[in-house]
Each structure stands twice: as structure tokens, then as C-alpha cells.
Design a protein around this ligand. Structure first.
Ligand code: BT5
Length: 321
């Protein structure tokens, strides 16, 4: 109901309580109650006994109604579960993904303002205070598990594109899952999946973007290698607008991937690559390999050329500094 009231409230213009009550078929007291709910959600609303209610400002929160207003996707973000705080949006998304009854809802989002136990890859921690975009997307692609690397690469391209379109800031992709600005990490992606009979059952893509976070608020050990969009641009960025831009880009690339049209995505990935052509050290868990990153192939696999000329295929790993 509070959402319905929001539709009829106007900025810089009063709407009377009586009109709102009539349109929505509720009492004026009920309207007043809903207005209090909106105020508790940090909407600034002034009230005047004679004139009614006027919306002064929207909260700087990633509320579903704020995101969905003006969202031009067909299905990504049509269902959003919003939380002021979660341990990890990926954990909650995985619980939801398991519910077969909800399986039809592709592109459901889990969003939290803060995460108390945000996750990186391999059990690493992801620092997630208020001011960032911390979200997970649930997908059910009819693809084989070998597509998982391509899904991560595609997500990174969508992040870079959205940042570019909305803030004009250029960023780069460090294989496989980091987005960097001036060598510093601004976004990380954590893709998790469950498979069944050589098909993907569900995929949860966790995306963390440092938006309005001051650099000195990051833990000391990561400050040197980390940045935020606010830090780079010198101003606060609308998280809602950036997220809308990202979801639109994401759906566009995901549609291509579902049709197995990865070549054009890979082309863009290469354009934004921070990795190709560099001599790198890759931690593969059991060993560290050194070589030149010569190619990312059509499966999203990194090809490393060792000093002796041997070519090594790397499906997953972490590039060391
Ligand atoms: C990642 O892991 O980069 C994946 C991060 C995914 C985060 C999202 S947020 C929404 C969703 N829910 C979750 O719980 N996770 C996902 P990895 O490549 O392993 O990098 C982790 C490393 O990045 C850490 O060990 C730190 O060194 C560094 N780090 C931690 N927090 C950071 C931050 N906010 N910004 C930049 N670097 C960070």
C-alpha cells in the first residue's frame, strides 16, 4: 500500500490526503499511517493540514520500488528481495534458488544495504559497508556447466559498460572476476552454481561494487589496492541509477549468452581487458604459474604462455600482484 501511495505522491506539489484516500479506496487515517511507513523508510515527506502531502526527497536506499521505477529490463530485477542487512546476498540467493516452485522467476535479485559476512572466492572476505551495491542475481540458464566462466566474464563486461555509461569512468577487467579503475579494485564477482545431469540447475551471480565508500573506511590491508566510484569521480553517485544501468546491460549480454553468442561479448571483454598481454603470476591453488597472458578462448579460459613457450589453459585461479 505504501508503494501505491508513492505512485500518487508528487515532488514539489501537494496532493491532498482526501484525494489519495479516494484513489486508493482507503480512509484518510489509513493514508496517514502509510505516510508514516514511508517516512520510516527515509522518504522525506512534508505534510500540510490544508494542502496534504508533498514528497521532498527519495531515500538513498536500494529499495525495490526505486529500482523498478524506470527500469527498462524485461525480466532481470522484476522480482527484488531487499534487506537492510544480510550475512551475504549469495547465501540468501542460494537458499531461494533451491526453491523449485520459484524456479520460473529468472533474474530475481537479492539486495542488501550491508553484508555482515560478505564472501569473496575461496572463502575470502568481502568488505561490504553501507554505500556499496551488494547484490545477487538468480538465473536458470539452459546451458552446460562449462558456461560458468563465460557467465562471470559476461557479468564483468556488463559492470564495465554500466560504469562507463552512467559515470563516464573507464574501468578494466582483471581475469576472471575483478573490475579495476587505475589498477585498483572497484568490483568483485562471485559466481556459484548447482548442476544436474550436465546442465546448470541454477546460477547465483554475486556482484559487489564499491560506490559511495570513502577509501579510509576500507580495512587497512586492502586500502592500497581498492577504490570506489565516489573516490574516483570525487562525488556521490546515484546507486539506484547505476544499478538500473547495470541490470539493463546485464540482461542484454545474458540474452546473447543464452543464444550461445559469446564471440561478441568476448570481443568487448578483450577491449576492456587488464590481463591480456601482461606477464602474470597465477595462483592455481596447488601451484603458482608464471607466464604471459596471451589469450582468452571462446570458453572463457585464460591461455598462459610460459617462458619455455608451453601454453597452459587456466580455467580458474587468482592473478597475484
Ligand atoms: C571477489 O572475490 O572479488 C568476489 C566478491 C563478490 C562480492 C559480492 S557482494 C554481493 C555478493 N554476496 C557476497 O557475499 N559476495 C558477493 P575474490 O576475487 O576472492 O576477492 C576477495 C578479495 O578482495 C579479498 O580477499 C580482499 O583482498 C579484497 N576485498 C575485500 N573486500 C573488498 C572490497 N569491498 N573492495 C575491493 N576489494 C575487496
Amino acid at each position: 500500500m505504501a508503494n501505491d501511495i508513492l505512485k500518487y505522491l508528487k515532488e514539489k506539489e501537494y496532493v491532498s490526503g482526501e484525494v489519495l484516500a479516494r484513489i486508493l479506496g482507503i480512509s484518510r487515517v489509513a493514508v496517514w499511517k502509510q505516510i508514516q511507513i514511508l517516512k520510516n523508510m527515509e522518504y522525506k515527506i512534508t505534510s500540510d493540514q490544508n494542502l496534504g502531502y508533498c514528497l521532498v526527497s527519495h531515500p538513498d536506499l536500494l529499495l525495490p520500488q526505486e529500482i523498478q521505477k524506470g527500469l527498462s529490463t524485461n525480466y532481470i530485477g522484476k522480482v527484488i528481495d531487499y534487506f537492510p542487512e544480510l550475512k551475504s546476498t549469495n547465501i540468501t540467493a542460494k537458499e531461494k534458488a533451491l526453491h523449485r516452485a520459484e524456479r520460473i522467476v529468472e533474474g530475481r535479485l537479492i539486495i542488501a544495504e550491508r553484508q555482515s559476512a560478505g564472501k569473496g572466492r575461496l572463502g575470502r572476505e568481502w568488505f561490504s559497508p553501507a554505500g556499496g551495491i551488494w547484490l545477487s542475481i538468480i538465473l536458470y540458464p539452459q546451458l552446460s556447466p562449462s558456461y560458468i566462466s563465460r557467465i562471470t566474464l559476461m557479468t564483468a563486461v556488463a559492470v564495465v559498460q554500466a560504469i562507463k555509461v552512467y559515470t563516464q569512468i573507464e574501468s578494466q577487467i582483471k581475469w576472471p572476476n575483478d573490475v579495476l579503475i587505475n589498477e585498483k579494485k572497484v568490483c568483485g564477482i562471485l559466481t556459484e552454481m548447482s548442476t544436474e545431469l550436465d546442465m546448470i540447475n541454477w546460477v547465483v551471480i554475486g556482484i559487489g561494487i564499491n560506490v559511495n565508500i570513502n577509501i579510509w573506511d576500507f580495512p587497512e590491508d586492502i586500502q592500497k589496492n581498492t577504490t570506489s566510484l565516489k573516490e574516483t569521480s570525487g562525488k556521490e553517485i546515484s546507486r539506484v541509477k547505476l544499478l538500473q544501468a547495470f541490470l539493463w546491460e546485464f540482461e542484454k549480454y545474458y540474452e546473447k549468452l543464452k543464444k550461445k553468442e559469446f564471440s561478441s561479448i568476448l570481443k568487448e571483454w578483450k577491449l576492456y581487458s587488464h590481463t591480456l598481454g601482461r606477464k602474470i603470476r597465477v595462483d592455481m591453488g596447488e601451484k603458482i604459474i608464471i607466464g604471459e597472458a596471451v589469450e582468452i578462448n571462446e570458453e572463457g579460459v585464460l591461455i598462459l604462455k610460459k617462458e619455455d613457450g608451453e601454453l597452459i589453459k587456466i580455467i580458474s585461479g587468482t592473478i597475484l600482484k
